[in-house]
Design a protein around this ligand. Structure first.
Ligand code: FAD
Length: 440
């Protein structure tokens, strides 16, 4: 059997794996990425990167290349509630926060992921495609020391490394084999994604449609070249309906909504669609001796709040800083302490976002609650902008987790005090932006 050694083995070459490898390789670490697919490869996704995601793209040296790769800018989001309220939120707003860019970037994953993987290569990482990791290898003490994989021609490869990174996405093989991933019963949602040409009325705003007689929600975004991405997310019970074909399921879902049906009259679906799910796994902790998880392998964010790509790259940035220490120290105790510190950093970073995700996820399950909150947000543009800014990763989640914000969201309208004209709901000015956080 062929044996290949590296300091860090990264399983998965998506945004999480590429970012982790890019930052580690730049620091001089010998990194090997293996992915079971050949790039460019597609990935079911709504294909929108948050304004703050641009900071990480810039740090990886690919922002300009991506901005000229044929995607679209998104200026904000419009959320259509089942009862008819339309919440309109923009990234440029009076709340005093700004992202690294004032817009989100909507671009095909075929393009994005190939460019990110190239960034890791340019930084010095070795990349092996069509290599599928089958199991982890442990020493007598249970410490993970690499993995066994199969190449496309069926040859076995031993991948030896003092640190293995599981960046292998939802239902991570590394997470399961390291006994890190917990499979829950909620939310058991599935997604179906397809691409269309000729959808009428697309704009520089991503659109979300919740329910309206249909269980679940759909997201629409222009992703460049006249193509619209349509992602439909439904509970497990409804996913059965996609058995007749994923693309057909998406066709039927959007055409059942009168507002969308008219815009899809002359649209043509340009692929068969792809399904993914259920979204029900999450890591209890994201490390064990010799192994760490990042991206969807560690935490899957519901697509409604988006930003899984940002979280994957940000997780890679966080992990790289700690993994560097873990592989460079001769002490196993210190290596473990470095990975434990990564886990704490990840909880600090993503914990507030998880709470918002749960809040929105619960509201989606109860159309009446969702409608109630949507009507509040429709009437209060400042609140809508703040929430959209949180999903854009540049307004801190604590802004919308404040009791005052939550109370305004749930109080009947007659109890609301009218805000002073033009008053920002967030008093903190843009001075919070760090120097690296400024527009380039
Ligand atoms: C319907 C839907 C819509 C979404 N929309 C958005 C959005 O608009 N914006 C956003 O930011 N996020 C969105 N997300 C989330 C986003 O897609 C993920 O968070 C992101 O892809 C996570 O990146 P990753 O690198 O962790 O995993 P992935 O991108 O899934 O990459 C994992 C890689 O690991 C490889 N792999 C898996 N197993 C093995 C193995 N055993 N051996 C070798 N390689 C392996 C795979 O081939 C793959 O290339 C959406 C998700 C869904 C499901």
């Amino acid at each position: 059997m062929t044996a290949i050694r590296s300091e860090v083995l990264v399983v998965g070459g998506g945004p999480a794996g590429s970012a982790t490898a890019c930052f580690l390789a730049r620091a001089g670490v010998d990194v090997l990425i293996v992915d079971r697919q050949r790039f460019p490869r597609d990935k079911p996704c709504a294909e929108y990167i948050s304004p703050e995601g641009s900071r990480l793209l810039d740090a990886m040296g690919v922002l300009r290349a991506l901005e000229s790769a044929g995607g679209e800018q998104l200026n904000g989001m419009e959320v259509h509630a089942p009862g008819g309220a339309v919440v309109h939120g923009e990234f440029v707003a009076k709340h005093g926060y700004r992202g690294f860019r004032d817009w989100g970037l909507a671009i095909r994953r075929t393009v994005l992921d190939a460019i990110l993987l190239d960034a890791a290569r340019i930084a010095g990482a070795r990349v092996m495609e069509r290599v599928s990791v089958r199991k982890l290898v442990r020493n007598a003490g249970g410490r993970v020391q690499g993995a066994l994989a199969l190449t496309a021609d069926g040859s076995a490869v031993s991948l030896d490394a003092p640190l293995t990174v599981g960046a292998d996405g939802l239902h991570s093989m590394v997470g399961r084999h390291a006994d890190l991933v917990r499979v829950g019963s909620w939310p058991r949602r599935y997604a179906a994604v397809a691409h269309f040409r000729g959808v009428q009325g697309m704009s520089a705003f991503g659109e979300m449609y919740v329910g309206a007689g249909r269980v679940g929600y759909a997201g629409l975004a222009a992703v460049g070249g006249g193509v619209t991405n349509v992602a439909v997310v439904v509970p497990a019970a409804r996913a059965e309906e996609a058995r007749g074909g994923v693309g057909e399921f998406v066709d039927e879902w959007v055409r059942a909504l009168p507002d969308l049906a008219v815009r899809f009259e002359r649209a043509e679906r340009i692929d068969a669609g792809a399904a993914v799910g259920p979204f029900n796994s999450r890591a209890r902790v994201a490390w064990r001796p010799g192994v760490a998880l990042v991206g969807d392998a560690a935490d899957f964010f519901d697509p409604f709040t988006g930003e899984g790509i940002y979280s994957a790259m940000r997780g890679g940035e966080l992990l790289a800083a700690h993994a560097l220490e873990a592989v460079r120290t001769p002490s196993r105790t210190r290596a473990d302490a470095a990975l434990a510190a990564y886990d704490r950093a990840r909880r600090r970073e993503f914990g507030p976002k998880w709470r918002i995700e749960r809040l929105i996820g619960t509201a989606i399950e109860c159309p009446a609650v969702f409608d109630w909150m949507a009507r509040r947000l429709e009437a209060d543009r400042a609140m809508a902008d703040a929430l959209i800014g949180v999903t854009g990763d540049f307004v801190p989640p604590r802004v919308v987790l404040r009791p005052s914000f939550l109370l305004r969201l749930i109080r009947p309208a007659r109890w609301q005090r009218a805000p002073a004209a033009g008053a920002p709901i967030v008093s903190t000015p843009a001075t919070r932006l760090s120097s690296e956080h400024r527009h380039s």
